[in-house]
Design a protein around this ligand. Structure first.
Ligand SMILES: C[S@@+](CC[C@H](N)C(=O)[O-])C[C@H]1O[C@@H](n2cnc3c(N)ncnc32)[C@H](O)[C@@H]1O
Length: 270
């Protein structure tokens, strides 16, 4: 089994994605999507951004490595009667069944960054985008003080050291890496722009209950707890993460959670 696929099928990311819907829709509303635009949403999950793209009339293909999330996306599209939105399994490192120069827009929000072989991923995203088209990536930023970067940083301290050849997904959150990776796909520096943006996790429960969702359903957090358990350090990890979730919560109501997280938005003009 592909370990990347195993990681994302392990939990149920739909439970986390449910807290990201408003930000997904907000981001898509700013993309200038028009009817019949051909969009690929890569690492689409259950459609946090793909579904809003289809609501705006785009012709959307969502591709994700996790079969359970592909099924969940197709179910959501069907429930909304969106016949212009289809989800299928695929790997961002090799999109062999997608044509060259086909999509007007390729979107990957916290998706392709999790695939291994980043140079292959950049090449594939560029290959399937038509000349004159656009790629928009959202990438978490290493060492950023906000939620997701901190979850991954805290978790890493409980995990066994990765193999030497391992390239952290967070490396996509560094501008110079992105320039190098897209240069490898033939994209010059001046065609790439960067901005800081925010995604907010909104949850109708206390921060500790949101953490419980991550512990139960978010593959990377599940793995961190599995590793911590082997070392007898589950309580330490729980305490560190709980302090993080509580300190990041901006909601005035103690029974709801609203946590903004900063990411790097990368736009590539093909
Ligand atoms: C953090 S989730 C984000 C999902 C979605 N974009 C969203 O914002 O709700 C990361 C997604 O990337 C997918 N993914 C990870 N590695 C992948 C790969 N090699 N190819 C395609 N999808 C991948 C996972 O299955 C998961 O759905």
């Amino acid at each position: 089994m592909n370990p990347n696929k195993e990681l994302w099928e392990k939990g149920d990311f739909t439970r986390i994605a449910a807290t990201m819907r408003e930000s997904g829709e907000g981001l898509v509303n700013g993309l200038g999507i028009k009817k019949d635009l051909k969009v690929l949403d890569l690492g689409c999950g259950d459609g946090t951004t793909a579904i809003p793209q289809a609501r705006l009339g785009a012709d959307v293909l969502g591709v994700d490595i996790a079969g359970n999330l592909v099924d969940a996306g197709n179910k959501r599209a069907k429930e909304e009667g969106l016949t212009n939105c289809k989800f299928q399994e695929g790997d961002a490192t090799n999109l062999h069944d997608l044509k060259d120069d086909f999509f007007d827009l390729v979107v990957s929000i916290f998706g392709a960054m999790f695939a291994p072989k980043p140079f292959d991923v950049a090449k594939e995203m560029v290959r399937v985008t038509r000349p004159g088209g656009r790629i928009v990536m959202g990438n978490w930023i290493p060492n950023d003080p906000t939620l997701v970067a901190q979850i991954l940083k805290i978790s890493a301290a409980y995990m066994p050291a990765p193999p030497q050849a391992f390239i952290s997904p967070m490396a996509w959150g560094v501008e110079s890496n992105d320039i190098e990776r897209f240069a490898g796909a033939g994209i010059p520096n001046e065609k790439i722009s960067f901005a800081r943006d925010t995604f907010t996790f909104n949850f109708s429960g206390a921060p500790s209950a949101l953490l419980a969702e991550f512990r139960k359903y978010y593959g990377p957090t599940m793995n961190a707890f599995d590793a911590a358990e082997k070392e007898g350090r589950t309580d330490d990890l729980q305490k560190e993460l709980e302090a993080l979730f509580i300190s990041q919560n901006k909601s005035a109501d103690k029974n709801t959670t609203s946590i903004p997280a900063t990411f790097l938005r990368v736009t590539v003009e093909r």
